[in-house]
Design a protein around this ligand. Structure first.
Ligand code: HMG
Length: 396
């Protein structure tokens, strides 16, 4: 029985998580060029930046100009991060095209790491919790029937060390109890990880335990950072636990850049590279609606704008060639440099003149079959290559 995957929705964070850790002098024109390119890829949800204090994050100082001048594409949801009411008020001035509500549900959430939230927002974890009664009261007031629980810095902290999943579950249990008391059903759980402490094992355990403890929770949000290169594997682990009755919200950044300036990992933080993660989802048969080739154009544009190479792989090695027209030339020469590796998009001229050690051109009956539109291998015992005379006989 093939795996039944959850519905996966994806949010592109390159213009916010990505740009917030890059040079504050990147021009508004360049950011608008990249944002408008992202709008043409098929991405359905794009974060344009954040309305935070420019004293804390100068990279976001000119967000107002970006929102005023970019070209919103119909059907794409554009949002922005706001960490306090002043930020929400600023964002609301640009709605539309911005969508202000970033969460489907009223949610009780806080950071397991008190140090991170103090460093990042000048607030304490206790102050985050103090808001919960108000969130519950507001939900009751407007007759909300479904709610969310959640946590950030869910699996560990660069300042406090690793957190056992038990600690995460204790926090979620407490939040769930408050919603129970209010008589509001909990259907969603979010887990964030700004300091890159996610691992596939911890994410698998966390999502599994939440599903087992509260089977009615069928909506999950994961905000995973990639400082230890565990974001894609962790996202996959979550997909493996969930099923067709579940929805999983993921986010990442083109090229995999990004990070919070106050998490301690700087530009080494990163997120799941969008092009790598969505290419994996393509392979899994999970619909993304995104054109990987246009995403690669965005990564290359981002590298030009930022002035350095980014972390993703599909933009460098190319997507897995799966159709005859994308297969590599079996007689291509020695391919060595990163520039020569770009032949998948730039054509054979990038490796022309490379070492070619073969006395005769390479041929292969397998490639002959592929070029004729046949599968490389036959499926039956008496089909190619099992029926070829070169094959040693099993009883010999
Ligand atoms: C949240 C604040 C503003 C609180 O900062 P604060 O100092 O507590 O705010 P305040 O209310 O005391 O105001 C201080 C000054 O900031 C101004 N101010 C106050 N709010 C705003 C605003 N929204 N926009 C513009 N200006 C603002 C306010 O007007 C005042 O100006 P002054 O009187 O000094 O001239 C500050 O801590 C901040 O901006 N932090 C953001 C740092 C940042 O950008 N981090 C990266 C994004 S978060 C992230 O990446 C993590 C995440 C979200 O992905 C996952 C996770 O959280 O785990």
């Amino acid at each position: 029985m093939p795996q039944q995957w959850p519905t996966v929705t994806y949010k592109e964070e390159g213009m916010r998580e990505g740009m917030q850790i890059e040079d504050a002098n990147i021009t508004v024109d360049d950011k608008i060029e990249l944002l408008d390119m992202l709008s043409e890829t098929g991405l359905s949800s794009i974060v344009v930046g954040s309305f935070v204090s420019p004293k804390w994050t100068p990279q976001m100082e000119r967000i107002d100009e970006i929102v005023q001048r970019f070209t919103p594409k119909p059907g794409v949801t554009y949002s922005a991060l706001a960490l306090n009411s002043r930020g929400v008020e600023r964002a609301r001035a640009y709605s539309p095209p911005l969508t202000i509500e970033r969460d489907k549900y009223p949610r009780l959430s806080c950071h397991l790491c008190d140090v991170f939230v103090r460093r990042n927002t000048n607030r304490t974890q206790m102050q985050e919790m103090e808001r919960w009664p108000e969130i519950i009261a507001q939900a009751q007031e407007v007759g909300i029937k479904e709610s969310g629980i959640g946590c950030n810095a869910s699996w560990g902290s660069n300042f406090l060390g690793e957190f056992p999943v038990d600690s995460l579950m204790t926090l979620l249990e407490y939040q769930h109890g408050l919603w129970d008391e209010a008589g509001i059903k909990v259907v969603s759980c979010s887990m964030g990880d700004p300091m890159s402490h996610c691992t596939p094992a911890k994410v698998e355990e966390s999502v599994t335990r939440v599903k087992e403890r509260w089977p009615e929770i069928n909506h999950f949000r994961l905000h995973l950072h990639n400082g230890r290169n565990m974001a894609i594997a962790s996202a996959y682990a979550a997909m493996r636990v969930l099923g067709p009755e579940d929805t999983l919200e993921l986010d990442g950044t083109i090229g995999g850049y990004g990070g919070c300036p106050y998490c301690g990992n700087g530009r080494a933080t990163g997120m799941a590279p969008t092009e790598d993660l969505l290419h994996m989802m393509d392979d899994m048969g999970i619909p993304t609606g995104v054109d990987i080739d246009k995403l690669i154009d965005c990564v290359w544009a981002a590298e030009r704008i930022i002035g350095r190479e980014l972390y993703g792989h599909v933009s460098k090695a190319g997507p897995r060639p799966r159709t005859v027209d994308k297969l590599y030339d079996i007689n291509m020469p020695f391919v060595e440099t990163m520039g020569q590796a770009l032949h998948f998009k730039k054509g054979s001229e990038v490796y022309e003149g490379g070492i070619y050690p073969y006395r005769e051109p390479i041929t292969s009956p397998y490639r002959d079959r592929i070029d004729q539109g046949l599968p490389a291998f036959g499926t039956g015992a008496n089909e190619f290559p099992w029926n070829q005379d070169w094959l040693p006989k099993a009883d010999s």
